[in-house]
Ligand binder design. Structure first.
Ligand code: ADP
Ligand code: MG
Length: 260
């Protein structure tokens, strides 16, 4: 039975998509059968894996409202045998409004992804920078959530609101939802600020924080432009290696035997 992990934080630009792409690719490189679900209308995870969102007509929304069969919209990563993608496109924006009146509107993604839990070891959901209905669906579908926190000013801003939303979802919609971990991203060893944020977040959240810290690394920001994850763009880079370490940490935490 596969594990569904949502990568969420309603703050934009904190490294959600970078984490979703590179965590999924690293798990796939460790030979886990992995599915990346792009649940953001901006479709950055879709283009980051080399697909053109403009030429894509299906997304998770069509499956959530029963207009498409989930197996039919899965794309194969051209570069990694064990990595698949459910793409997104801009129409996902309208989905939130259209879904208001349908029954079980918060549970549609869970229902859509349910058959795929048998197929994949890990399903990683890249959430949008909002706490709207699609994100609520993502958190309701997920077994756990990874929360990227940027090593910057106001790092903890909005985190209370996110944790509160997670709490509400755990009481009302998904009692099984766990926090997989808080992930410090864009860490710069030379900056006192970065070190202060690490200290602050670790003091507040202690063992909830992943041991792995993601450094600021240019390969991580360049690789989506080439439509490939960092591990294929420059496997030796600090960025690629840190996401591989995160994948190992998550696999170990979940006692999933490492294939490699
Ligand atoms: P989000 O999905 O939360 O909006 P992104 O993953 O898109 O955030 O990251 C925001 C920007 O920062 C992107 O341009 C991305 O390439 C860049 N970025 C993210 N993580 C890193 C990193 N560790 N090092 C360098 N650049 C990064
Ligand atoms: Mg994003």
């Amino acid at each position: 039975m596969g594990k569904i992990i949502a990568v969420a934080n309603q703050k934009g630009g904190v490294g959600k998509t970078t984490t979703a792409i590179n965590l999924a690719a690293s798990l796939a490189a460790l030979e886990f059968k992995t599915l990346l679900v792009d649940a953001d209308p901006q479709a950055n995870a879709t283009s980051g894996l080399g697909f053109d969102p403009a030429s894509i007509s299906s997304n998770i929304y069509e499956c959530m409202v029963g207009e498409a069969n989930i197996e039919d919209i899965i794309l194969k990563s051209p570069n990694l045998e064990t990595l698949d993608l459910i793409p997104s496109h801009i129409d996902l924006v309208g989905a939130e409004v259209e879904m208001i009146n349908i029954p079980n509107r918060e549970e549609r993604m869970r229902e859509a992804l349910a058959p795929l839990k048998e197929v994949y070891d890990f399903i990683i959901i890249d959430c949008s920078p909002s706490l709207g209905l699609i994100t609520v669906n993502s958190l309701t579908a997920a077994d756990s959530v990874v929360i990227p926190v940027q090593c910057e000013y106001f790092a903890l801003e909005g985190l209370g609101k996110l944790l509160n939303t997670i709490k509400i979802i755990t009481t009302r919609l998904n009692t099984e939802l766990a926090i997989e971990g808080i992930l410090l991203t864009m860490y710069d060893v030379r900056l006192r600020l970065s070190n202060q944020v690490v200290e602050e977040v670790k003091t507040h959240f202690q063992q909830m924080v992943f041991d792995t810290i993601i450094p600021r690394n240019v390969k991580l920001s360049e690789s989506p432009g080439y439509g490939i994850p960092a591990i294929l763009y420059d496997a030796e880079s600090k960025g690629a290696m840190s996401y591989l370490n995160l994948a190992r940490e998550i696999a170990e935490k979940n006692s999933v035997a490492l294939a490699k």
